[in-house]
Design a protein around this ligand. Structure first.
Ligand SMILES: Nc1ncnc2c1ncn2[C@@H]1O[C@H](COP(=O)(O)OP(=O)(O)OC[C@H]2O[C@@H]([n+]3cccc(C(=O)O)c3)[C@H](O)[C@@H]2O)[C@@H](O)[C@H]1O
Ligand SMILES: Nc1ncnc2c1ncn2[C@@H]1O[C@H](COP(=O)(O)OP(=O)(O)OP(=O)(O)O)[C@@H](O)[C@H]1O
Ligand SMILES: NC(=O)CC[C@H](N)C(=O)O
Length: 599
C-alpha cells in the first residue's frame, strides 16, 4: 500500500489579513517540509480568515484572495517548497459579482480549496454543502460547487472537500466513494461548542466509511469576534481507526504517515452501515449527485524520505478545562487582533468579575489587566477585601476609585429615588471604566453572565458597559464550576489559586441597596439555569418546560423576563460562544414582539 506523509497545519488566521495569512502558510509549509511531509493541509478560508461575513460582497476582497492564492503558489516554489503539495482555503469567484444588476447575493462567490504544487494552482474545489443554520449564513454568501475534484497524487487519488461537506451525508463523500479515492482532505473552519469534539470523531468515522477512504480533517484555531475555533484536527481510516488527533486551542502541525489504498472500494458496494446523515443542528440534505473532475499533476510529489512520522493522539480534557481554554483564547485573540495592549474591568469582590479577571490574566498576563474597585456607600467591607485579595493572588494592576462623591454630585443636582439611584451607581462605574479606557487605552471588559443576560439582570449603560464580555455565553452555574476548576487546577500544579474562596462561596449580590442579594429578584441559579437551558438552548416552549417538571408560575416569570430583555441583549457587547445557542447570531429574535408563551 502506498504510504503518504501528511501534515495538518492547525493554525490561527486573521480575518482580512491576507498577506499575514499567506506568510503563515509559507512558514508552516517550511516546517512541514522539514518534517518530510508530502502534502500539507491548511484550514478553510485560511487566506482570508473565517467568517468574512459581508466582506465577501466586495469585489476587491475576492480579487485580493484570488491573486493571493496564485502568488502563494509562486512564493512557495521560490522558497524551494514547490514539491510539497499545499491544500489551502480561500475565496474564489466565477460568476457575476453580487453588485451587478442580474446577480443575487452570494452569486458567483465560492468557498474554495486549492491544491498548490510546482509554483501553480494545480487544482481547485468549491464547497458543496453550505451551512445555513446557527451562526452560519453561507447560502447568503456562496454558491455551492457541483463537482468533486480528485487529484492523482503519486499512486493515490485524493479528493478535496470543505468543512460542512463532512457534516451532511451524500454529496462529496458519496462522490468520493464513486471516484474510488484513497484519501479525502477536509479543510475546516469549525467553531467551538461544548461537546462538539465528542460529535466530530464519530462524524469523521461515518464519512470515512461513506467514502471508503481515509479522511484527513484539519480545523483552524483562534478567536474571531464571538467565535473561537478549537482545532481538534485528526486522521481516520476508512475502517474508522483514529490514527492521530491534535489537541484543542493551540497551533500545531500534526505530521503522520498514512497507508492509503491505491484502489480502495468497490464503487458498486453500498456504504458501510452507520454512514448515515448527521448534523449537530439536525439539518440533513439529500444524496446530491456531484460530477467528478479528475486532475493529473504536472509535477510529481516529493518522495517519502526519513524515519516514520507519528502525530500521536492528544488526550481529551474536562468540560471546565475546555471552556477555560476557549474563553482565554477568545479574549486573547479579540484583544490582540484588535490592537489593544490591555484590558480594564470593575472588581466587585463577586464571582463574575473574579472569573473574568482570572481569564484575562491567563490570556494576557497580569501586567496587561487593570482591576478597579469602585466602592459605594452600600459596598460591604468583604467586597473590597475580596477584590484586593484577587488582585494580590493574580498580580494584576489594582486601583480603587470610590464612587460615592460622584453619585452624591448627581443626587445633589437631580431628584432621583429607588431604582434610578440603584442604577446610577452602576452607571457611574461604567463612566469611570470608559474614562480609564479613553485615558489609558484599555479595552473595557463587561462581566454579565449568560443567565443575567437572559433575564436582563444588569443596568443598561452601567455594568453592561464594555467592549467584550468573556462570560456572555457562560451560565452562572458554570461560572462557579469554572472558578472551582481553575483554583483546583492551580493547586494541582503547585500554584496560587487565583480566585478568593469567599468570592465563590458568598451569595451573589449587586450591592445596589442595603442587604440586596440576587435571590431577591431571581430564583436560585441552578433552578433558573435549568429553565433557561430548556428555553434558550433547546427552544422549548412553556408547556414543555412545565411537563419537564418546572414550576408553572416560575416558568411564566422567567420566560417573561427573557422575552422583555431582548432590547438589552441587542445592545450587549460581543463575547465568546461556547454553547450550541449563544445570544446573537445563533438566536435572532425581534425586540418588538408581543408573542408570549402560554399565559
Ligand atoms: N424595549 C425597549 N427598548 C429600548 N429600551 C428600553 C426598552 N424597554 C426599556 N428600555 C430602557 O431600559 C431602561 C431600563 O433598563 P435599566 O436602566 O438597565 O434598568 P432595569 O432593567 O429596570 O434595572 C436593572 C436591574 O438589573 C439589576 N442589576 C443591576 C446591576 C447589576 C446587577 C448584577 O447583579 O449583575 C443587577 C438591578 O437590581 C435591576 O433589577 C428603561 O428605563 C428604558 O430606558
Ligand atoms: N464595588 C464595585 N467595584 C468595582 N466594580 C463593581 C462593583 N460593583 C459592581 N461592579 C462591576 O459591576 C459588575 C456587576 O456586578 P454586581 O456586583 O452588580 O453583580 P454580579 O453579577 O453579582 O457580579 P459579581 O459576581 O462580579 O459581583 C461586576 O462584575 C463588576 O465588574
Ligand atoms: N465552516 C463550516 O462549514 C462549518 C459548519 C460545520 N457544521 C461545523 O460547525 O463544523
Amino acid at each position: 500500500m502506498p504510504s503518504l506523509r501528511l501534515a495538518l497545519a492547525q493554525v490561527n488566521s486573521t480575518v482580512g489579513d491576507i498577506p499575514g495569512n499567506a506568510a503563515a502558510v509559507r512558514r508552516w509549509t517550511r516546517r512541514a517540509a522539514d518534517a518530510g511531509a508530502q502534502l500539507v493541509a491548511f484550514p478553510e478560508m485560511m487566506l482570508t480568515g473565517y467568517p468574512i461575513e459581508d466582506l465577501v460582497f466586495r469585489d476587491s476582497l475576492v480579487a485580493a484572495s484570488r491573486a493571493a492564492v496564485r502568488q502563494l503558489a509562486a512564493d512557495l516554489a521560490a522558497d524551494g517548497l514547490g514539491d510539497v503539495a499545499v491544500v489551502v482555503g480561500y475565496v474564489d469567484a466565477d460568476g457575476p459579482a453580487p453588485t451587478s444588476a442580474d446577480a443575487v447575493p452570494g452569486s458567483g462567490r465560492r468557498d474554495a480549496s486549492a491544491l498548490l504544487l510546482g509554483g501553480e494552482v494545480a487544482a481547485t474545489y468549491f464547497k458543496h454543502h453550505l451551512p445555513n443554520y446557527g451562526v452560519f449564513d453561507e447560502d447568503r454568501y456562496f454558491e455551492p460547487g457541483t463537482s468533486l475534484t480528485v487529484v492523482r497524487f503519486g499512486d493515490v487519488d485524493v479528493a478535496l472537500t470543505v468543512c460542512e461537506d463532512l457534516w451532511q451525508a451524500g454529496g462529496p463523500f458519496a462522490a468520493a466513494r464513486r471516484a474510488r479515492v484513497g484519501l479525502v482532505v477536509n479543510i475546516n473552519a469549525s467553531p467551538y461548542e461544548l461537546d462538539k469534539d465528542d460529535v466530530r470523531l464519530p462524524l469523521v468515522r461515518r464519512r470515512a466509511a461513506e467514502a471508503g477512504a481515509t479522511v484527513a480533517y484539519v480545523n483552524m484555531i483562534g478567536g474571531q469576534d464571538e467565535l473561537v475555533f478549537d482545532g481538534d484536527s485528526m486522521i481516520v481510516t476508512a475502517t474508522g481507526e483514529l490514527l492521530t488527533r491534535a489537541g484543542q486551542f493551540t497551533e500545531e502541525l500534526l505530521v503522520h504517515d498514512v497507508e492509503v489504498e491505491a484502489d480502495p472500494v468497490d464503487a458498486a458496494a453500498p456504504p458501510a452501515p452507520g454512514a448515515s446523515a448527521e448534523s449537530l443542528h439536525g439539518e440533513v440534505r439529500g444524496d446530491d449527485d456531484l460530477t467528478i473532475e479528475r486532475v493529473r499533476l504536472a509535477v510529481a510529489p516529493r518522495p517519502l524520505t526519513g524515519g516514520p512520522a507519528d502525530g500521536g493522539i492528544a488526550e481529551r480534557v474536562t468540560d471546565e478545562a475546555e471552556i477555560w481554554s476557549a474563553l482565554t483564547l477568545g479574549l486573547h485573540d479579540y484583544v490582540e487582533k484588535n490592537g489593544f495592549r490591555s484590558v480594564v474591568l470593575g472588581l466587585s469582590g463577586g464571582i463574575d468579575s473574579a472569573v473574568v479577571a482570572a481569564i484575562a490574566v491567563d490570556a494576557l498576563g497580569p501586567q496587561r489587566v487593570v482591576g478597579v474597585s469602585m466602592p459605594s456607600g452600600y459596598s460591604s467591607t468583604h467586597s473590597r477585601d475580596d477584590a484586593a485579595d484577587l488582585a494580590k493572588r493574580t498580580g494584576l494592576d489594582y486601583r480603587s476609585e470610590p464612587i460615592q462623591p460622584m453619585v452624591d454630585a448627581f443626587l445633589a443636582n437631580m431628584s432621583l429615588s429607588g431604582l434610578a439611584v440603584e442604577n446610577l451607581q452602576a452607571r457611574v462605574r461604567g463612566v469611570i471604566l470608559m474614562a480609564l479606557s479613553n485615558q489609558e487605552g484599555h479595552l473595557v471588559l463587561t462581566t454579565g453572565n449568560k443567565s443575567e443576560l437572559a433575564v436582563g439582570y444588569s443596568t443598561l449603560y452601567g455594568d453592561s458597559v464594555g467592549g467584550f464580555n468573556p462570560l456572555k455565553d457562560v451560565p452562572k452555574t458554570m461560572v462557579w464550576r469554572l472558578a472551582k476548576w481553575r483554583n483546583s487546577d492551580a493547586a494541582r500544579r503547585g500554584g496560587e489559586p487565583p480566585i478568593p474562596e469567599n468570592s465563590i462561596t458568598k451569595p451573589p449580590s449587586a450591592e445596589l441597596r442595603p442587604g440586596q442579594v440576587d435571590t431577591d429578584s431571581l430564583p436560585d441559579y441552578d433552578v433558573l439555569d435549568a429553565i433557561l437551558s430548556g428555553y434558550i438552548d433547546g427552544d422549548r416552549g412553556r408547556d414543555d418546560l412545565i411537563a419537564a417538571g418546572h414550576d408553572a408560575a416560575l416558568v411564566d416569570r422567567v420566560l417573561r423576563m427573557v422575552d422583555i430583555a431582548e432590547y438589552k441583549r441587542r445592545q450587549s457587547a460581543p463575547g465568546t460562544k461556547i454553547s450550541i445557542k449563544a445570544f446573537g447570531r445563533d438566536r435572532r429574535l425581534p425586540i418588538t414582539n408581543r408573542f408570549r408563551e402560554g399565559a
